[in-house]
Design a protein around this ligand. Structure first.
Ligand code: ADP
Ligand code: MG
Length: 258
């Protein structure tokens, strides 16, 4: 059985507007570390919201382990999927630790309070993302990059099978960017499937097992980083000339725009 499967998915935000996603079909294997890339407005965030069941396709279907995600209860889905959105607004003065603890809610019964095990998972997730020292601060009084890491900690505390992350590292300085990508890589090595929308092409090339390149609401190419980062593909989709070089110690393709 396929793990995650999109079948002829179409989506537009309203009836009159043009299709944001047009006839998208692909599969995501268990254990993949998939990056979705493409120009601004190419539909990356919309695609991630569809796979998470936050919005429903106009036509086509999205299956998780053979079941339509519409037919899976929100609570059950929250034990399988965690989603770090591109923008996170918090209206109340929750502390950072309270936000991360929300990642444990799908595991609690009604009126049940958190156990010591839940707290330990929360502490570990906060330490791994470098935000433990912020635990008693209000989520609204920390920087954008710190907030981003708190929401990544919340998603990790959710101990999902699949972690979706929409431009999760875009706000971060290079050190945290690298730390978070290495943490995601470690989670992936331990069995978690990772699906991320990425902006930085060089880091995508280095930290992905597969790459889905979106263009005008369609999948242009879905392949290994080496199969996607070709001068022709960059020209087709981004409209720029580039040189792709793998002549570096890490052997990952580096994209040099011309
Ligand atoms: P990306 O994440 O690749 O930048 P998005 O998925 O956010 O792209 O957006 C794809 C297209 O859908 C864009 O043209 C955008 O303007 C439009 N769009 C996104 N969100 C909405 C919305 N809530 N209502 C109407 N149009 C939207
Ligand atoms: Mg987006």
């Amino acid at each position: 059985m396929n793990y995650i499967e999109l079948k002829s998915v179409q989506y537009s935000y309203n009836e009159k507007s043009k299709k944001v996603l047009d006839n998208i079909s692909f599969m995501i294997d268990k254990g993949d570390m998939l990056s979705i890339i493409g120009p601004n407005g190419s539909g990356k965030s919309t695609l991630l919201k569809l796979i998470n069941g936050i919005i429903a396709p106009n036509s086509g279907s999205i299956l998780f382990e053979g079941k339509d995600i519409d037919s899976i209860s929100k609570k059950e889905l929250a034990r399988k999927f965690a989603f770090v959105m591109q923008q996170n607004h918090v209206d109340f003065e929750f502390t950072c630790e309270e936000i991360v603890m929300m990642g444990r809610y799908p595991y609690l019964r009604r009126f049940e309070s958190e156990s010591e095990e839940d707290l330990n998972i929360v502490i570990e997730a906060m330490k791994n993302t470098g935000v433990y020292h912020l635990k008693d601060k209000s989520i609204n009084e920390i920087s954008g990059g710190e907030k981003q890491r708190v929401f990544i900690a919340k998603a990790i505390a959710q101990t999902p099978e699949v972690l979706f992350i929409d431009e999760g590292t875009s706000n971060l300085d290079i050190r945290y960017k690298l730390d978070i990508l290495k943490l995601l890589q470690k989670l992936n090595e331990d069995g978690m499937t990772i699906v991320m929308v990425q902006h930085d092409l060089d880091l995508t090339a280095r930290f992905s097992k597969s790459v889905c390149l979106l263009h005008n609401g369609k999948v242009h190419t879905l392949d290994t980083p080496e199969g996607v980062f070709l001068e022709k593909n960059i020209r087709d989709v981004y409209g720029i000339e580039s040189i792709i070089s793998s002549d570096n110690p890490i052997k990952a393709p580096i994209i040099i725009p011309l």
